[in-house]
Design a protein around this ligand. Sequence first.
Ligand code: WT7
Length: 652
Amino acid sequence: MSDDSITSILKEDRVFNPTAEFSSDAHVKSLKEYKKIYKKSIEHPEKFWAEKAKQLHWFKKWHTILRNDHGFFKWFEGGELNISYNCLDRHVNAGKGNKLALIWEAEDGEVKRYTYSELLAEVCKFSNVLKGHGLKRGDRVCIYMPMVPELAIAMLACARIGAIHSIVFGGFSSDSLKDRIDDCEAKLVITADGTFRAGKIIPLKVNVDLAIKKNKSVEKVVVVKRCKNKVTMKKKRDLWWHDEISKDNIEDTCPAESMHSEDSLFILYTSGTTGKPKGVLHTQAGYLLYVYQTFKWVFDAKDNDVYWCTADIGWITGHSYIVYGPLANSSTTLMFEGVPTYPSPDRFWKIVEKHKVSVFYTAPTAVRALMRLGDEWPKKCNLKSLRLLGTVGEPINPEAWIWYHKIIGKEKCPIVDTWWQTETGGIMITPLPGATPTKPGSATLPFPGIVPAILKEDGSEAKANEGGNLVIKKPWPGMLRTVWGDPQRYKETYFGKYEHIYLAGDSARYDRDGYFWVMGRNDDVIKVSGHRIGTAEVESHLVSYKDVAEAAVVPIPHKIKGWSIYAFVTLKKGTKGTEKTRKNIVAHVAKEMGHIAKPERIQFTDFLPKTRSGKIMRRILKAIAEGKKDVGNTTTLADPSVVPRLIKGRIK
Ligand code: WT7
């Protein structure tokens, strides 16, 4: 987001009410009703959640709703359930076996559809494959796959047998994949021969081969045939998915393991302040309950909805709101393999038209990119089926919000701007579409049961519009339980600043109506196109390039991506900062970390602004990269004269 849009957000005071038509039919019908539910939910949170939990299928009921075990929260202890059972068997048993569970559209336009009964059968078959290879409760399975149905099937199969999945976004490099496989000591990896991206084939299996070259934990690799490109299959280790599920002894039924509420469900790695990504751990019952209830109310789930979330399942959005949330609500969820603009700029809108999508959830960066392509593309398509729109991942600038509202929503669809994080498991601050008047750029009010606040550095509460650290004051069922293998890091990162209070890492303010406005990250994380990139991680990949001596990375505003990466790089003696060097460095980062981490601009410099103790002052670099004339106080610098020289060398 640019400074201009921050200023415009501060001035933004337009209010949009849900239409009477939408409200009358919604799960929560008015602001008054929301306020009543909210009040009760925070006065008696345990009662509130226990009430909601009754809607799930339990093999065994819980005895304790919530317990704080030395700073580690436990929900529904004593209870046993299975997520795959709740997402599939429960609906089939209730007579919904023939309802569509999953619609998949491939990049080339091919469509596959699975009813709840069919999806259950596929999940059971793959569960049996996993069991056949010795996978059992608690084992880790790494999934590195394109957006194909087998990805959802693999997740649900892991959940069914109690294995812990760790999905790695297919855009990550072999190096990033290696770190993640090693950290959780995965026993099995599921991948594909490759994936399509805007017509090109991207090899995935090759990355897996590289990632596990020296690895000792991985016993088997299951490969989905997607692109028919050549791969090398290592004897005894590598197996084709299609061979495995079509073996004679593979049955299409498989009992679901009875999992304890607090057994691990999945690990998902995300970036933080230090270089090493954190393995965010979510567990069974609380996560399921939270995505179930948030999906139902935020997306106002209706039996005949076709719901489409455009995220990749490799991120938390896909976990919670392509797979688990919609399926737990017996909704029809659409999964798309491709990109918004291939083969033409109306690809998204054509999908909405073709499948009669009624609820559409995407990222502000996609809205901005599509807005720029012109109104003619959506206008050519019939978008009448849409009734509700959503955004996630970063703040949405009012201009994009209004375009989304007018051109896509035809001024009748409410927009839910949902604030949450990998760590929160599900949506935390959001409008309820039939109840909450919306203001463009604000995620509005907390979901029932959630108690956010804005705290100042000293721990006191900020006043309206004052701004500060966004925190959550009470535990909620969908919260992360720990950082895989590093409980200390969990405590320090999330509960280290304020006692017993969850620190989100965002700065935000609330206005006089109590509406929350998230301004952005206040740790060393950059949101590039809504993806979370750790600056320390990028810096370490920059300095691993042979010619680089030192590097510092800062965010700069970007019209489409929201933010992009600006790198200050000091080269080793004897190397010149030529265009070729720049290109090589960018390619190196893409190879080492993944294309989403590529620096947008690189400024070569012989000096970085450092304090007398040698600390790089990123605050000053950020101001320089943004083109600010006034870079703030420079008196603590060892050599303040570097500042004007850096300003002169700025890359525009
Ligand atoms: C960070 C979390 C939540 C799933 C996708 C991202 C930013 C997220 C919003 C929003 C303003 C937002 C925050 C947050 N963010 N949603 N509606 N308005 N900012 O998950 O990768 O864990 O990133 O995304 O900065 O901390 P994530």
